[in-house]
Design a protein around this ligand. Structure first.
Ligand code: GLU
Length: 448
């Protein structure tokens, strides 16, 4: 990793020393600190109060055993995590990820990102993240329910509407939130709607929450193009992934006149020159819970490429919406070669540092996840508002609130980047705007 500003490098080395083996966490911290040189030069009070070391150390980290019984009667053991990273702006807020790759370093990288992302939304939410190395793939509904119940049997004592409010992430959708909420309600004997977000519409959920991350990313891209006097109409777009973020990004892209030519899953990617048939992708992924390979069997002009990189497919706009580090330096070079103009991260940290460098050298507009995918958590905060007022808003009203939040984030990134002498640099703008907002609150609240 590149050397940082001379004041920041020793702080980063301390993070490496205290958190050995947590590569993704190191990467996320480095990426933020890389933008903060001009900030610490301008604000000596942050260094005096050790704001950066305080932000790099989670307020609380919980690791627990999750025992459950599978359908064959066998006892299974998984590991559960909740990292309550920073609560200067509000209760800890962030999703739960159920995926076999989950370990402490992943949860900490996601929790760290969440602090700044949540600050950028302008809503009163702190940062946290959790999850488990449980793999829901191939598990029956009954197994997923027993796992969720066991997970919540420990987690419930750490969360609450004023304390910590989990939601979904990879492997955690409406089904899992339902089982988690049911067990929380049973154990606590409280119908505390605001303790979890991503709930079903009939029992405290918010309209637009399901669509929000993908829609928000597309609203952000729309703003980028608008600021360049352009629009999404007729643009060729590649979206990686085919989970919740990808599906609703594709939906909004199509509504705004873009042509989505490819999407993927962890097995490979599909190219459809006629534009992706979203109803089919939804059916395969949300109902059948099957592989994207099936898509090509059912669409005559589509092709499936096993393995390989979806970023080889030529496009004007690229939206990585799958997972961390899915787009590397070579992929970025291929996108640049093929004329891609805008890249926005629908997933958390999908672009490696080499990829980000390649985009910036080539003058590609690059929107980092903490800005471009903040629409999901922002709409979670809107769900919390509705729960607190025992109200529910219409789809149109909620979507307009989301669109306005994304426009504000875009504006804040650009004006902050300008203010710090880096016009057009969305990463610098997002990191600096998110950081200064949290840093000022940490300072105000004293040494706690
Ligand atoms: N997991 C989502 C994210 O990465 C949403 C979290 C939430 O709604 O709390 O921001």
């Amino acid at each position: 990793m590149s050397m940082l500003d001379e004041k920041l490098q020793p702080m980063f080395e301390e993070v490496l020393r205290r958190n050995p083996g947590e590569d993704e966490f190191h990467q996320a911290v480095h990426e933020v600190l890389d933008s903060l040189g001009p900030v610490v030069a301008k604000h000596p009070e942050y260094a005096d109060a050790a704001i950066i070391p305080r932000l790099c150390e989670p307020e609380r980290q919980i690791i627990f055993r999750v025992p459950w019984v599978d359908d064959s009667g066998q006892v299974q053991i998984n590991r559960g995590f909740r990292v309550e990273f920073n609560s200067a702006l509000g209760p800890y807020k962030g999703g739960l990820r159920f995926h076999p790759t989950v370990y402490l370093g992943i949860v900490k990288f996601l929790g760290f990102e969440q602090i700044f992302k949540n600050a950028l939304t302008g809503l009163p939410i702190g940062g946290g993240k959790g999850g488990s190395d449980f793999d829901p793939k191939g598990r029956s509904d009954a197994e997923v329910m027993r796992f969720c119940q066991s997970f919540m049997t420990e987690l419930y004592r750490h969360i609450g509407e004023y304390t910590d409010v989990p939601a979904g992430d990879i492997g955690v959708g409406g089904r899992e939130i339902g089982y988690l909420f049911g067990q929380y309600k049973r154990i606590t004997n409280r119908y505390e709607s605001g303790v979890l977000t991503g709930k079903g519409i009939g029992w405290g959920g918010s309209l637009v929450r399901t669509e929000a991350t993908g829609y928000g990313t597309v609203f952000f891209v729309d703003e980028i193009l608008r600021s360049r006097g352009d629009s999404l109409d007729g643009k060729k777009v590649v979206v990686s992934g085919s989970g919740n973020v990808a599906i609703y990004a594709i939906e909004k892209l199509q509504q705004l006149g873009a042509v989505v030519v490819a999407c993927s899953d962890s097995g490979g990617y599909v190219v459809d020159p006629d534009g992706v048939d979203l109803a089919l992708v939804k059916d395969i992924k949300e109902r059948r819970r099957s592989r994207i390979a099936v898509y090509a069997d059912e669409r005559p002009r589509a092709s499936y490429v096993e393995g390989g990189s979806v970023w080889q497919v030529p496009c004007d706009v690229a939206l990585p919406c799958a997972t961390q580090n899915e787009l590397n330096g070579n992929d970025a070079a291929a996108l640049v070669r093929n004329g891609c103009q805008v890249v926005a991260e629908g997933a958390n940290m999908p672009c490696t540092p080499e990829a980000v460098r390649t985009f910036s050298e080539a003058g590609v507009s690059f929107a980092p996840g903490k800005a471009a995918n903040a629409g999901g958590v922002a709409t979670s905060a809107l769900e919390m508002q509705q729960n607190a007022s025992r109200d529910s808003w219409s789809f149109e009203h909620t979507e307009e609130r989301l669109a306005e939040i994304m426009r504000n984030i875009h504006h804040r990134c650009l004006t902050t980047a300008d203010e710090y002498g880096q016009p057009g640099n969305y990463s610098a703008g997002a990191n600096i705007a998110g950081f200064t907002q949290v840093a000022d609150a940490v300072l105000a609240l004293g040494v706690i």
